[in-house]
Design a binder for this molecule. Structure first.
Ligand SMILES: [Zn+2]
Length: 471
């Protein structure tokens, strides 16, 4: 039932409204920060926003960002303020970042530390995964409490031995324990020990440039870890979410593991779709901005990922936003750490602002449908991580996180026009059709015709619910 017209706070009128199931030209009525009605709405005295000719989509959900992340005695360039501001300009209204356990320390203290980083600073809603460095008995005991605090996902790494990597037994325990409390485990799939050996060998042979980055992290070592992750999940009778898949072989492995009965959710990122390992042929540090882990792959890999997106084999496209400046400053490790050794380049690139526009561009190019766009940009990650039905779609009752896209706009992506805290984007010069024009967060207008109205502190912590699907 629609509410009496006078009760609406405002009505977005005449937009092409996209959901994951369909699209229609109509209105969105908002009351008390939520979507109150859809379709032909009687506005009464409510404010009317003329959205004819514009496209209305649910606010983006980016399930993979690293803001204010400790690294090499400093932090990443973007903190929760600059990171969520950039998110907003890119039509993303909810991010999930990673609180990270210090080795041997408690998970709850990590959560507390990350709340302190984000509290009062965000311009988008935010939630936390818990990144595990040491799944101890104490950590295991804290998982239930974490879930009560709204942290219903853990992330473990099969890469980075000595710092972040977990052994298979710890991964198995984390999968089992998470499943008991309705939390989801996500995994970074690359074979850390084999990669470390390839890196040592390259350095021994005097191969020190960024061209060696993809050579020491080959796709077969990602696919091996994907297979192991799926096998461990099956053995634990738990679902698993695989972050940032980059290669055709990994996707093929996911396909086979699913056929074999594994419950595998998969994510990829715009950099693996739009860029390729040819970027590493740039001389010297010019290649360093493109050093991400897993590395950029071949064009054929990107094509396979596009086909996977179109076929519904991925549940989310996330940014993996992890920004490092070109030059190191005090407290801000930069890409130039790898001047003489590619393995010391901090891995990561900015992308929280370009993620949704690049997915929209995929719709314009005919690579994915509008339904798939909504699924990958918002609905899928919201469902996987316990934000649905509050986030990720525009149905009545959902948070009024609304993004208006002007589809007539056409411009090249340039670092100068972006809002993150580093002065480059890996997508420099790439032309995209459509621009994010207006953004509402829980009914509050945050962006108006490209002008920022939101403030730090407008974004709230979102306590996520436990897993809604069962095996
Ligand atoms: Zn990441």
């Amino acid at each position: 039932m629609n509410r009496p017209a006078a009760a609406y706070d405002f009505v977005v009128r005449g937009a092409t409204v996209l959901t994951s199931a369909d699209s229609f030209v109509g209105d969105i009525a908002v009351a008390d920060g939520r979507v109150a009605a859809l379709g032909a709405v009687e506005a009464g005295t409510a404010e009317i926003v003329d959205a004819r000719g514009l496209v209305a989509v649910p606010g983006g959900v980016d399930a993979h960002t690293h803001f204010d992340m400790p690294f090499a005695g400093g932090t990443t360039a973007d903190d929760f303020e600059t990171g969520t501001r950039a998110a907003l300009f890119g039509g993303t209204t909810t991010i999930i970042d990673f609180a990270t356990q210090r080795r041997g320390a408690s998970l709850l203290s990590a959560l507390e530390a990350w709340h302190a980083k984000a509290d009062g600073r965000c311009l988008a809603d935010y939630a936390f995964h818990m990144a595990i460095t040491d799944f101890s008995a104490r950590a295991s005991a804290e998982v239930e409490r974490l879930a009560r605090e709204g942290v219903t996902s853990l992330k473990l790494y099969l890469a980075y031995p000595g710092t972040l990597m977990s052994e298979d037994d710890a991964v198995l325990r984390a999968l089992r324990r998470s499943n008991e409390v309705g939390a989801l485990v996500s995994l970074h799939c690359e074979n850390g020990r084999a990669i470390a050996e390839l890196v040592r060998r390259a350095l021994r042979e005097g191969r020190r440039g960024c061209a060696n980055h993809p050579l020491t992290r080959p796709p077969e070592l990602e696919a091996e870890a994907v297979r192991r992750a799926a096998a461990l999940a099956r053995a634990a009778r738990a679902p698993v979410y695989l972050v940032h898949l980059s290669a055709a072989e990994s996707l093929e492995t996911v396909r086979r593991c699913r056929q074999g009965g594994a419950f595998v959710l998969a994510e990829t990122c715009p950099q693996y779709l739009y860029l390729s390992a040819r970027e590493y042929e740039r001389p010297g540090l010019a290649a360093a901005p493109f050093v991400v882990c897993p590395p950029l792959r071949s064009r054929e890999d990107a094509q396979a990922l596009w086909a996977g997106l179109a076929a519904g084999e991925f549940q989310a496209v996330a940014s993996d936003h992890c920004s490092f400046p070109a030059r190191t400053r005090p407290g801000r490790p930069g890409k130039d750490r790898g001047r003489r050794d590619f393995s010391r380049v901090p891995g990561g690139a900015p992308g929280v602002e370009t993620r949704l526009p690049l997915l929209w561009e995929a719709v314009q190019r005919g690579d994915i449908s509008t339904g798939r766009f909504v699924e990958l940009a918002a609905c899928g990650p919201a469902k996987a991580f316990g934000l649905y039905p509050r986030k990720g779609h525009l149905n009545p009752g959902a948070d009024a996180d609304i993004v208006l896209i002007d589809p007539r706009h056409r411009a090249a992506i340039t670092a100068r026009a972006l809002h993150h805290a580093v002065d480059y984007t890996p997508f420099e010069g790439l032309t995209v059709h459509g621009a994010v024009r207006d953004v509402w967060l829980r009914g509050k207008r945050m962006l108006s015709q490209g002008r920022l109205l939101g403030r730090p502190g407008d974004g709230r912590y979102i306590s996520r619910s436990r897993r809604q699907f069962c095996l």
